[in-house]
Design a binder for this molecule. Sequence first.
Ligand SMILES: O=C(O)CCC(=O)C(=O)O
Ligand SMILES: [Fe+2]
Length: 325
Amino acid sequence: MSNKLYNEIPSLDLRNFTTGSAADKKQFVNDLGNAYNTIGFVAIKGHYLSDELSQKLYQIVERFFKLSTEQKKQYENPELAGQRGYTSTGREQAKGHSVPDLKEFYQIGQFVPEEHPMKPEYPDNLWPAEIPEMAEVAKEVYQKLEKTGVEMLRAIALYLELPEDFFDKKVEYGNSILRAIHYPPIENPDALPDGAVRAAQHGDINLITLLMGASADGLQVLRRDGEWIPITALPNQLVVNVGDMLARLTNDKLKSTIHRVVNPPKEQMKNSRFSIPFFMHPISQMDLTCLDSCVDDENPKHYKDMTAGEFLQERLAEIGLLKKK
Ligand SMILES: O=C(O)CCC(=O)C(=O)O
Ligand SMILES: [Fe+2]
């Protein structure tokens, strides 16, 4: 393994894994493991989401967030803990951070056929009547990202010396979330509460996150040496990082990538920022107990045994989305 400290994230072509030779595939797996052990993010081209489709979704999302607060709040139901529909500003804070992030968001969950046994597992998606095109476009984006995520998890399984299909059944009709985020203009920077930022530093909850290029700069990753490095996804690239669930499963052999979204420089404070991460979750029954292969005397178990569903509930409470009854 190289100990090189990257200043930018390595870029890989997923086609080397999906349609390449055995040697290409092996190289992809090695490069991916290397990226996750150094900077923690990787940029992927040759995936299944077209730039055209992602632009279409961005336009729809911008139209939604331009609606009045009253209109948007029709799609906010606190009983859903932010997992479907709209969540207004001031609700979510990063774990361990007392000031809420400067953002509002809209979450879209799994699409399960009516008769499927997994159907009752998930609340229905909410669709804004004002934007009738959202449902169809969001579903297409969701499924293209999910398909990309399955391939990424196959490569990760091989890197961990697990069977290639280790994650396949665990993410089939999984609890993944497409989250459209709007970071509103900062109208009065002097009136911001201390420590209020667009997104305070955090690790994502899920297995892996796939992020399409945001509308503006601001995303930064915490490199292993403690330096914050700016991340920009180029057109046609997805940025993919490891989340807390994969860190638990691998006893931190794969570490959850800490990242944040900083406030813009003064002259850009009046601009909105939009981003659309896809959080790849397994089904809630998945056991996140550390793999035996990742535990030894030098690396005793860091985490207590939990299912993905239990871990998600715990975290939603910690970030303010699930109010304790
Ligand atoms: O807005 C971004 O670029 C990243 C957002 C993020 O890290 C998150 O919602 O977990
Ligand atoms: Fe994140």
